[in-house]
Design a binder for this molecule. Structure first.
Ligand code: UDP
Length: 343
């Protein structure tokens, strides 16, 4: 394992799964986007459980470094491939976990077509594999399917149909994920495929990318505070998000994948502690004991004003709720960045 922080957190997830008697031992699992932030954590956990992992990634936003520690395992196979192109497997696949997609708003402006393809055509390719192999499929959707929710739908339940601008700067991601969900449900209706959708809300932790077009708010603020550079607040910082530590997200995704009674279900997985971006900035600054000043920049177009999931369904169907406090999660993440930030 490349660092203690990750090793410790992988151990944590493994022990939670063991307690629940959730095992993927001897199953063959295809993880698309397996070299990405969430995908590589899934590979790390499942390889150690004794599953056979086929990790597919084209390194669009995924990174070789996220999976290099897995090359020593006989039950780990990597294929460099863009999932929006057809691909066939001889080995019988039991589970398809489709995570491949860029996810940072800065990437939306640069790679909108690729983002549309990985979530529409890519989802169709993943579903075709699941159909051929009679495999179960998990699709990682997003809170972005809700767009900029009407305030009366905060916290947002899965039944809310969303408020999305179909031609705005975020539409390549939001609409592609919505179309991806429609594809998944269509395969369930037409072919009876055992599918489930998790709507992933903002998640952070080791391996989340910082810098240039990849950085989401937490890695950006951590990098800025560790370098004592200005913290860049977009708008007034009064917009809100919730932040889930990666162990909790991976645990939710694996619970949703393992559960036998979820065919055709969609479930929010995220933290339900809503917080303003300015408060997040000050908290990270404090935890990182930084001298960074705060600087304000224009709010990006269509930036959602509030985001917070209703996680009642995850509690009911998965017996899942967040276990890691923001303080613990941010401390782990800051420590990881201290060891891994390229200056
Ligand atoms: N944000 C910010 N400064 C930054 C990066 C992001 O104020 O340097 C804000 C962004 O405008 C949004 C929130 O933080 O309101 C979360 O941004 P993120 O990039 O994590 O993605 P989002 O949740 O919008 O998909």
């Amino acid at each position: 394992m490349e660092t203690d922080v990750i090793g410790q957190s992988v151990e944590t997830i493994s022990s939670w799964l063991k307690k629940d008697k959730i095992s993927f031992e001897d199953k063959c699992i295809l993880v698309t986007g397996g070299a990405g932030f969430l995908g590589s954590w899934i590979c790390d956990v499942l390889v150690r459980q004794g599953a056979y992992i086929i990790c597919v990634d084209n390194f669009a936003s995924g990174q070789k470094g996220n999976i290099q520690q897995l090359n020593d395992f006989d039950n780990f196979e990597f294929i460099k491939h863009d999932i929006s192109e057809p691909i066939f497997f001889d080995r019988k696949i039991d589970v398809v976990m489709h995570l491949a997609s860029r996810a940072s708003p800065f990437e939306f402006a640069r790679f909108p077509i690729q983002i549309l393809k990985s979530n529409t055509i890519g989802t169709w390719v993943a579903l075709g594999i699941a159909w051929k192999h009679k495999a179960k499929l998990l699709y990682t959707s997003t809170s972005e399917v809700y767009g900029d929710p009407d305030p009366q739908f905060i916290p947002t339940p899965e039944s809310y149909n969303g408020n999305v601008n179909p031609i705005g700067p975020r539409s390549c991601y939001d609409e592609a994920k919505r179309a991806g969900e429609a594809f998944v449900i269509a395969y369930h209706i037409q072919h009876g495929l055992d599918v489930r959708i998790v709507r992933v809300f903002n998640t952070y932790g080791p391996r989340i990318r910082a810098g240039n077009i990849y950085g989401r708010v937490i890695p950006r603020f951590i990098e800025q505070t560790l370098k004592n550079k200005p913290i860049t607040i977009f708008g007034k910082g009064t917009q809100t998000r919730t932040f889930l530590y990666v162990t909790d997200q991976i645990y939710g995704l694996l619970k949703a994948t393992h559960n036998q009674n979820l065919a055709g279900e969609v479930i929010n997985v995220g933290s339900n502690e809503e917080m303003r971006i300015i408060d997040l900035a000050n908290y990270i600054k404090e935890l990182a004991t930084s001298r960074s000043p705060i600087e304000y920049f224009p709010l990006p177009v269509d930036d959602p004003k509030r985001r917070c999931p209703d996680i009642t369904k995850a509690k009911r169907l998965l017996n899942w709720e967040p276990r890691t406090t923001l303080k613990e999660g941010l401390t782990f993440t800051i420590n990881w960045f201290k060891q891994n930030l390229i200056n």
